[in-house]
Unconditional design. Sequence first.
Length: 205
Amino acid sequence: MTGAPVIHIVDDDASFRSSMSRLLKASGYETQLYESGNAFLDRLPVGEAGCILLDLRMSGVQGFELQERLARTGNVLPIIFLTAHGDIGAGVRAIKAGAEDFLPKPVSREALFECVERALVRNVQQCQQQDRLKAMRKLVASFTPREAEVFALVVRGKQNKQIAHELGTTVRTIKAHRQAVMEKLDVRSFAEAVSIAERLGMLAE
């Protein structure tokens, strides 16, 4: 995540985009404006801090469709829906799909800024989590093929003797691989190794 946070305003109403941008800039926020979901996808920000103010109904890619597409790309920019066409059902759908909030137009300055600040905090947390996961994946990727096999069995609770039998080698060799794995992961306990495997989704395989 780099630079100052940017509030991305995606709305097909030019006057609304402009007024919202002026309001946010007057309070020190940086903004980028997009007239449609397609325009946002064409200039998709990567590795930037911020959040998205998204209209529900637009020409081309609609709000929910854009939300779904961004989710598939691993987007970590929180989405705040701003719409004059929403109802309770739409709001529930948006929140269940991961939106930060679902606000009606017109929205009060206080409600908007409170929501934006909350979204920016969540964005920082999500980026930090992604960075930690990337670091963990890099560590696991440094394993030799045999170390990877041992790690996969260790975190599933297999004992050294069981692993040695399954891999056709000696307990002493397994102990050596296990020690190498712990050192590469920079962990001191079996529980920490299991936690890493769990966070990388390896235990669900």
